[in-house]
Design a protein around this ligand. Sequence first.
Ligand code: G3I
Length: 333
Amino acid sequence: PRSLRAHAEQRGLLVGCAVVPDRLTGEPPYGSVVAEQANLLVAENAMKWGALRPAPGKFDFRGADEILAFAAGHKQKVRGHNLCWHESIPKWFDGAVTRDNARQFLVQHIQTVAGRYAGKLHSWDVVNEAIDTKSDRPDALRKSPWLELIGPDYIELAFRTARQADPAALLTYNDYGIENDSADNREKRGQVLQLVRRMKDRGVPIDAVGVQSHLTVTDPAPGAGLQEFVRELRRMGLQVFVTELDINERKLEGSIAERDAAIAKLYKDYVTMMVAEPNVSAVLTWGITDRYTWLDGPKYARIDGKPQRCLPFDSDYQPSPAFFAYRDALDTR
Ligand code: G3I
């Protein structure tokens, strides 16, 4: 069998990617690659506040529903991303959400959104990116509207509400910058562990940690520190999902073949390391084709202005060396 999906299924793994609803049906090669390669989908944007909440009392589920319909038609599971984040906050938020009603807004959002899809989702990223190593707080919580309006227990409130609204979904804390062994990433791993430990001690429902895995090929490689982090989470009874894997090559020089080889090697090494851990049960890339990647946006575009080659399929929907490396890595499970 040649797809990532077929190789993953032989080993009881979930594999998939972030998707954009319009493309699933509107762009045939996109739809067929996603159908063939993934058994787990996540909305790149369609389930965020910014997409679901056009106005204070309004919900727009069109994009999210399209993803669920596509997934049902192709026997794929779906992850929810996300219920609570400091980004993708709608424009009306400022002014409408205050200290007096913020808890109510958060609770009502989670009840409505998680409630709508209850029993249908593999997991929810309940809280996304709450830790900031530059925070001056002892709990390392990031400055965010939720922290400012509700206080540090917004996290507990979100997870408890999510569990009630959808008892079947695996409740996940999701974050980035915890993959490699740089001082900053090591510090952040410690802060995430402390957050999760505090939650467990207080009986807050949490089932998994999402390791986003936005890697940069020229950074220190992920290694023993991440492995130990995953094992510590296993001892705490938690699963780990690789939720947003892609490999930024913004400063990588050389021919396309040389760049592809470096990217492919990191896919191989990283996925091999992660799927060797029994509590890692799902791997998702943040997109499937280089044609559409947030890495070509202003913040992380290649320094020579050329397109990034960061995902398993190139911009013509042909499998890159990364695809084969990734597939081989799944086979090591
Ligand atoms: O939909 C509007 C469009 O109507 C408008 O013309 C255009 C002009 O800027 O903006 C469009 O919205 C953009 C949206 O992506 C859809 O393309 C937003 O501005 C832009 O901010 C948004 O970026 C997304 C970002 O999260 C913020 O929500 C990226 O696509 C998405 O890849 C990125 O994903 C995040 C994860 O959720 C969390 N982890 C990090 C990851 C990468 O930043």
